[in-house]
Design a protein. Sequence first.
Length: 262
Amino acid sequence: MAPTGVNTPVDIYQVTRNDARQQQEQVATKKMSDSYRKEVRDLALFSDMEPANFDALMRGAYVQNFPPRIELITEGETPDFLHIVISGTVDLFASWNGRETSLATVRPVSTFILAATIKDAPYLMSARTLEKSRIVLLPSEDVRAIFDKDNAFARAIVSELSQCYRAVVKNTKDLKLRTSLERLANYLLRQSQRAGTETFDLNMEKRRLASFLGMTPENLSRAFKGLEPYGVLVSGNHITIKQPETLSGFAKPSPLIDDRMS
C-alpha cells in the first residue's frame, strides 16, 4: 500500500483524467521536451499543421510514464485526452457479458483513440499498457478547437479516420470470410513479410493472438497443428515457415484484406 499522501501511478492518472486543467501542477507529469515535440510533429496527423496551431496544441500537452498493466481508458467513458504512444505497447480491448477480446495493439509512434476525441463520444474500447510505456496526452478539447481552425490538421484527421475505417472493413472481411486456419495462415504470412524473413517471433502472447484472430486459445493450438502440413513449425513463440509458397497457396492472401496500410 502506498504511504498516506503519496499518489500511485494509477491515482495520478485518475486525477489528470478527472480534472486535467485544474490539477496539472499537482500531478507527476512532464512538460513536453523538444524531442517529444519532434516525434509528435513527425506524425502525419500533425506534420502539416500551421506552426502557431501546433504550438497552441502542445502548450496543453504533457508526457507521463506508465508501468505495465495500467488501464489508461475505459470503454463508455468520455475522452478527456488524445493519447500518443511514444514508447512501449498498448492493448486496445473490449468486454461484454463477462467476455473480453483484444482488438488492436498500438505501438510507437501512433495515436489512440482519435474518433472518440473528435466526436466527443464515449470510448468504444478500453486501453491498457502491456509494458512500461511513455504516453503523450493532448487534451481533447484542444484537439477539437484546433480541428475547427486548421485546415491541414482537419484533412489529416479525415485521412487517418478513413484509414481506420478501411482497416476495420478488412478485419471484418478476414473474420467473416475465412476459417480460423486461413486467418492464422494469413496472419503468419503478414508477420513474415513485416519481419523480412521466414523465421520470426510472434509479437504478442498466444492468448492475445487467439483473441485477436477471433478464436479460443485451444483452437489456436489446433490451428498451428493444422498448418504443419503447409510448412509451419512452432516452438514457443518462435515461428518458422519452411514452405512459404505452399502456405501462401493455402492462405490465398488478398491485398483487399491483408494490405493493412492502404
